[in-house]
Design a protein around this ligand. Sequence first.
Ligand code: CP
Ligand code: NVA
Length: 300
Amino acid sequence: MKLKTKDFLTLSELSPKEFLNLIDFSIKLKKTSIKPLLKNKSLTMIFQKPSTRTRVSFEIAMFQLGGHAVNLSSNEMQLSRGESIEDTAKTLSRYTDCIMARVYDHSLLEHLSAHSTVPVINGLSDSFHPCQILADFMTIKERKGKINDLKIAWIGDGNNVCHSMIYGCALSKSSMFIATPKGFEPDKKVVKEGSNHTEIVVTNDPKFAVSDADVVVSDTFTSIHNRDLKRKKQFLPKYQVNQTLMENAKSDSIFMHCLPAKREEEVTSSVIDGSQSVVWDEAENRLHTQKALLASLIRA
Ligand code: CP
Ligand code: NVA
């Protein structure tokens, strides 16, 4: 399958059908033996921030598809000495078939996309993390047999992953209940866009959000871009996902976390290492969904 969009920056580029097809394609790729769908193609990866999963899963994805990945830390590039995004995008487009970038400011990705002739993939920005949500909905489909008509509870910070989860819920038509402390709610514009397609509820009450949920999701209280390391005090103990909170969700609910996690902060060890946790499938599925994404974006 080929996607209509050139780039993958927020998830809102996809139609509901493309989203579902990408997930089904990922599940198929997970089951089939390795196919060289991107023989001799290349991906260039730019990292302004640290990464374990994104870096390794993209590199292995290109290897398994018969292509090659080049990894660049932005501070080793001429970007760090003042070369413009425009000139970087134009240069890389002459060498590579796709660019994946993990950045602070989301507008840098838009800039890259505007000046590159090859697809640009968001490998996480301060505002969104769409690749994570592809893997999350693949995991939900594997566990629940569907991605629609579910109740998804987000507990903690209304951050970049939360924003992409809102778009994922909008595409899948599952409802999303988001519980954050006051002042940590997701961006109102993203909530409004999501609400045009599905039920998005923002509350300060984690117990209410988790009540009868099919899926409970958390993420660190302090993201890479957050400067204030004391902010976690505003989340604890109320917004920690622990066994007591999980008891309010459906008995067959699953727990998800994009990782890396801070055990005993946003989630207890008993939940993340417990029987309802699917975090290792979620991490593995980054590989399969990114293979599907790369094969669907990169032109022959
Ligand atoms: N979930 C995720 O994106 O992990 P990394 O920061 O390790 O890439
Ligand atoms: N919200 C986290 C996700 C890490 C994968 C961050 O931006 O640091």
